[in-house]
Every structure is written in structure tokens, then in C-alpha cells.
Unconditional design. Structure first.
Lengths: 419, 202
């Protein structure tokens, strides 16, 4: 049945692509007349829409002449209004631009100018010499070991960073700590107090201190905390900003929130019409607070995916921690590694099957068959062991999609980036 | 930091004879804001169509389209070249549109856009065509968000791999999404037609 569905989905996709290219699909094997008619109908509706901008060049001029482009606000109340000239002639939101002033040209000093140019040229050469000695990835402050292994892989891997955050030593909980990787679902309209730690199922008491980060997978997530938090819109390459304490912020799918104070009080709610699901990690103190947690409202589902144990942290040097969540898709037959993890790593398999293999120090072949991790399972945290390398491979016909959580001590990340 | 090892190249070029890749245009735009025009012209039509399908209101769609490009222009320095500029643009689009939809809290008729039917039609045919389009778009807007997005991106003119890149999903996942969406749409339309027939009979 699954193969039939896949074949049907393939046929549909090919048919639609052919239609898009203006080709009359030669054969519609496996597609019934209804589906063919629906595709044609939808394509027809889409292409019948009149262009919104009859004169795109004029629209570009209006956009490019507008003042600084609006950036998205971090609080819903702060979202700026559009500041370009509307094509309907409304221009009241456009700030006035001051007249351009020409910079005065310096007279004389020709020799000085030549000297400066020569100095600049020398400086450029020196910087260029230093730059070409370093690989481009050295420009990044943090490249997880997994990512470096992916960059060295032949291909067939899609890596999408969802969030990358660095927590300072001051922000991190003191004493023994635990990392919890979890998924949380809140039904539409449900509101609940934000009490860090309770929905990961790790404890029956409110936590004393901690940090965390969450990425919204679907729905609308609105939260207000009595502490500042950081928000990153649309993946780790998107714009980021700080939301002051006591401010409502609504996140959509792909947006992420970083909690420098995971123990802060607040309220979280689903303000959308669909269930809100997020995936997150909390690094919290294991010390108990003595404050019992209230029961979660009906319908709220908290799923702990995995958590660390105290001994996992023993190899970590003191100092800041880099924490990242990324979605990695392995096409069938592709693999990452062998590579040696730095820090802790856990992966939740969203779909497909991942073969997780190990290669001990000094060995060139794995001592045993890889572990097969299937949809819905989690590759748990493993304490890094000197010389032990790992491999991850796509082991199903369909692409294997996994959400990988990486926690690396910044000090070790920096060492591994050294040329 | 986005490292994409499977890069989707966009072969089509609707921007009026400019054959440069997105990557080249982005690198130019990073040095010269005016060079962004080529990217703007390349994607404005399909993005406008996508916004219109999402918002069902021409004025709002026009504003949203400009806002998407304004944000892209403002955030271009954050874009890391991965061969997926188009997908990045659609990521911004989905966020801008999510904001717009949540503000509007209402469904808008695609009135003016949908009246633009073939002038050769008889009045009866025009009414019928308009009604069918309304019905189809209304049914699409009731689909689960990911299914709806996949169909709307398709209707905007994106190919299967391009929809996958824009949604950040695998192509196989998108294929299944499309199939489920169409099957659901068919069921929805069949039930409506049946209801209309029932009403007509009554």
C-alpha cells in the first residue's frame, strides 16, 4: 500500500511539473481523472490570477526609494507598519528623506593620497595572505563536529540549522545539571503558566535555574516571561532580537526562542487555530526547589525524547556552552562520518531509518552492525569517549529526517576550529 | 550557518532575459543595493501570486509582497549562500504572511482577481467560472497548513523540488503532502457538490 501511495505521489508530481512546463503530459499512469482535473483546475486558477504589479519596474523603484527597509519587530506590538510607497498612491507612511549632501572634496595632498593608497594595498595583501591560509569555515564562530563531518561528506545530505545559541558561564546553572530534549504540544486556545522544567517530564518540582531553547514546529506560540528572552525568526540564519521582560511575543513555525533564564515565571499559550508543537532543550540544575508543579491542562502533551545523566558532563570544561538544534535529512544510502563528536549529541528520528554506527579508536572497520533507529525513536546522549568515532547513515528508501541536538563546550569548539 | 549539500538549482528565469544565477545576483546585491532589482523582478510575479492566494485580498497581497522584498533586502547580509535564495525568500514570505493573516482574522474574497475571467465567456459561464474558482480556493484555504502551503506554492508556479526547498521539506514529503491535499480537496469538493445538489433538489 505504501508503495502504491508513493507511486501515485510520484506520478502526480511528474504530471504537475509537466503541466507547469507547458507540456501536455503524455501519460497519466496511475492518476485518476479527478486528480488530473484538480491539478489542471488549480494550475488554471493560479495562472489566471492577474499580476499584482502591472509594472514591476515601477514597483521596484518605489521599494528601492523607500527609506531603510522595515525589519520585523520582536514584540507583536512593535511590528512596524509598511514604509514603502504603496502602488495605489498612499505615501503617508513614508518618512521624508533629507536632501543628499555632497561630501567636500579635499584639495591638494596628492602625494599623501598616493601614499595612503600604497599603504592600503600593502594592508590588503597582508590580510589576503592571512585569509587564504585559513579555510572559509574558520570565519564561523562555531562549527559543530557533526557539521564539519557533513561538509566532508560526498553529498545527499540536507542540513538545516534551526537554532544556534551560546550560553555564558554566568547563565548556565551551577552544580550538577541535566539536559532534557523534549517535544511539547499545546492545543488551540490553551494557556498555562510557564514553569521551566515541568513539561519535559523530568521532575515534579519547579527548577531552580537553567537555560533553554525551543523551536516552533507548527502553530502559533505566544509567551510572556518575567525575564528577557531572545528570539530568532525563521531559522538560525534569520534575524534575531531581544524581547524585554513582560512583553508578549508570538512565534510561528521555524521561529526559535532562547531562554537565558529558564527558571523565570511567565505564561505560555497557543494563540492559533491549530495545535502548537515545539521541540526544545533545557539545561537545568538538578537541585530541587521544593516547589511542586501544577498538573498540566488537559490536552497538553509533553514528550521527553531523551535526557543526559550527570556523568555525561564530566568531560566538559567550565565556561560557555554552544547549543544547536538542526534538521538533518539523509537521502537513502548517504552517510556522515566517521567523525568524533565534541560534547553531547542526541537525535530524534522524525521519519525514515538511520543507521548509527561506531568505530573505536584505532579500528578501520566497525566491530558490529550499526544500530537501526526508526521513526519516532531517539538516539540518546552519549558521553564522548576518546577516539570513538560515529557514523550516521540513511538506511531507508525514503529520506531519513532527524532533529539533532548538539551541546558543545565553547572552549572545545574553539580548539577544534583552530587551523 | 546553512550547509546544504543537495543544492537545488533553478533553471527557469522569468526576470526578462537575465541568465545569472541567484547566487551571482545576491553577491552583486550585497555590493550594490540597486542590483537587487534583478532578484526582485525575477520573483515578484510568483511571490505576488502566492501572497494573493494566501491573503485573498489584492491590496493586502501587494503590501505583503513589498514587505517580503523589503525584509529580504534588509536582511540580505544575513543570507548565507546555499543555492537556495528562492527558498529563503519564501521563508520570509511565510512569516510575513503568517503575521498578516493573524492580524486580519477574516477571510477576504478574491473578488477583483477572480473576476478577471476570459472575456469571451458568456455571462453564465463567467458566473460559473467565478463561482468554481471561489469554491476551489475556499476549499484550499481550509486544508491543513502544510498541505495548503504546498498547493499554493504549486499554484504560484513552483515545481515540485522548488516547493520542497521553499518549505524546507524533502521532495518525497512534498509529493505525499500534495497527494494528501488533493485527495482531501476532492473529498471536500465532492461533498459540497453533493450538498448543492441536495439544496437544489430541496
Amino acid at each position: 500500500v505504501e508503495r502504491d501511495v508513493r507511486d501515485l505521489a510520484d506520478a502526480l508530481d511528474h504530471h504537475w511539473d509537466a503541466l507547469l512546463r507547458g507540456e501536455v503530459p503524455a501519460a497519466t499512469t496511475g492518476l485518476d481523472a479527478d486528480l488530473v482535473a484538480l491539478v489542471a483546475g488549480l494550475q488554471g486558477v493560479g495562472s489566471a490570477l492577474p499580476p499584482l504589479f502591472p509594472d514591476p519596474h515601477q514597483a521596484w523603484r518605489e521599494l528601492s526609494q523607500a527609506p531603510a527597509a522595515p525589519t520585523r519587530g520582536w514584540s507583536d506590538e512593535e511590528t512596524p507598519p509598511p514604509t514603502w510607497i504603496h502602488s495605489n498612491g498612499h505615501a503617508d507612511l513614508v518618512a521624508e528623506r533629507g536632501p543628499a549632501t555632497a561630501r567636500p572634496r579635499r584639495r591638494g595632498g596628492w602625494a599623501l593620497g598616493q601614499l595612503a593608497t600604497a599603504a592600503l594595498l600593502l594592508l590588503t595583501l597582508a590580510v589576503g595572505f592571512v585569509a587564504i591560509r585559513q579555510s572559509p569555515r574558520d570565519e564561523r564562530t562555531w562549527v559543530p563536529a557533526l557539521v564539519r563531518a557533513m561538509e566532508d561528506a560526498p553529498g545527499g545530505i540536507i542540513d538545516t540549522p534551526l537554532i544556534e545559541a551560546t550560553f555564558t558561564a554566568e547563565e548556565l546553572p551551577r552544580g550538577e545539571k541535566d539536559a532534557i530534549y523534549y517535544q511539547l504540544t499545546i492545543p488551540p486556545g490553551v494557556s498555562l503558566p510557564y514553569l521551566g522544567g515541568q513539561y519535559c517530564g523530568c521532575s515534579s518540582e519547579a527548577i531552580t535555574s537553567g537555560v533553554g531553547t525551543e523551536v516552533v514546529q507548527s502553530g502559533a506560540y505566544t509567551l510572556r516571561l518575567e525575564a528577557p528572552l531572545r528570539v530568532q525568526r525563521g531559522g538560525s540564519t534569520g534575524p534575531s532580537g531581544v524581547v524585554p521582560a513582560g512583553t508578549d511575543i508570538t512565534l510561528a513555525a521555524g521561529d526559535a526562542v532562547i531562554y537565558p533564564d529558564y527558571a523565570a515565571r511567565g505564561v505560555i499559550r497557543n494563540t492559533g487555530a491549530e495545535p502548537m508543537t515545539l521541540i526544545g532543550v533545557a539545561i537545568v540544575a538538578t537541585e530541587e526547589s521544593g516547589t511542586p508543579l501544577p498538573a498540566a491542562p488537559p490536552g497538553v502533551r509533553a514528550t521527553p525524547l531523551t535526557h543526559s545523566i550527570s556523568s555525561d558532563w564530566k568531560t566538559f570544561p567550565p565556561g560557555p556552552l554552544n547549543v544547536g538544534l538542526r534538521k538533518v535529512t539523509l537521502l537513502s544510502g548517504t552517510s556522515i562520518g566517521p567523525y568524533q563528536p565534541v560534547g553531547l549529541q542526541a537525535s530524534w528520528i522524525e521519519s525514515g531509518t538511520v543507521a548509527h554506527g561506531f568505530l573505536p579508536a584505532g579500528e578501520s572497520a566497525p566491530p558490529g552492525a550499526p544500530l537501526m533507529q526508526r521513526t519516532g525513536s531517539t538516539i540518546p546522549f552519549m558521553r564522548p569517549s576518546p577516539g570513538l568515532r560515529e557514523t550516521l547513515g540513511g538506511a531507508s528508501e525514503e529520506p531519513a529526517e532527524m532533529l539533532v541536538l548538539i551541546i558543545e563546550p565553547a572552549a572545545l569548539s574553539a580548539q577544534s576550529l583552530a587551523p | 550557518v546553512v550547509a546544504i549539500f543537495t543544492r537545488l538549482r533553478h533553471s527557469h528565469d522569468p526576470s526578462g532575459g537575465v541568465n545569472d544565477s541567484d547566487a551571482i545576483l545576491v553577491s552583486r546585491a550585497l555590493r550594490d543595493r540597486e542590483a537587487f532589482a534583478a532578484l526582485y523582478l525575477r520573483y515578484i510575479t510568483e511571490l505576488g501570486r502566492f501572497c494573493l492566494l494566501r491573503l485573498h485580498d489584492e491590496e493586502a497581497a501587494r503590501d505583503a509582497t513589498q514587505q517580503i522584498f523589503a525584509q529580504a533586502l534588509a536582511g540580505l547580509s544575513h543570507y548565507r549562500e546555499t543555492g537556495q535564495f528562492r527558498a529563503w525568500l519564501y521563508t520570509i514570505a511565510r512569516h510575513v504572511l503568517a503575521n498578516q493573516v493573524s492580524r486580519q482574522h477574516a477571510t477576504f474574497p478574491l473578488a477583483a482577481a477572480l473576476e478577471a475571467v476570459d472575456p469571451g465567456m458568456t455571462p453564465e459561464e463567467m458566473v460559473s467560472a467565478t463561482f468554481e474558482r471561489h469554491t476551489v480556493l475556499d476549499a484550499v484555504s481550509r486544508l491543513p497548513d502544510d498541505q495548503r502551503t504546498a498547493l499554493e506554492l504549486r499554484m504560484a508556479g513552483l515545481s515540485g523540488p522548488e516547493v520542497a526547498a521553499a518549505m524546507g521539506r524533502s521532495h518525497d514529503t512534498v509529493k505525499k503532502l500534495q497527494l494528501r491535499a488533493l485527495q482531501r480537496l476532492r473529498a471536500e469538493l465532492v461533498s459540497r457538490t453533493t450538498m448543492q445538489e441536495v439544496r437544489r433538489g430541496a
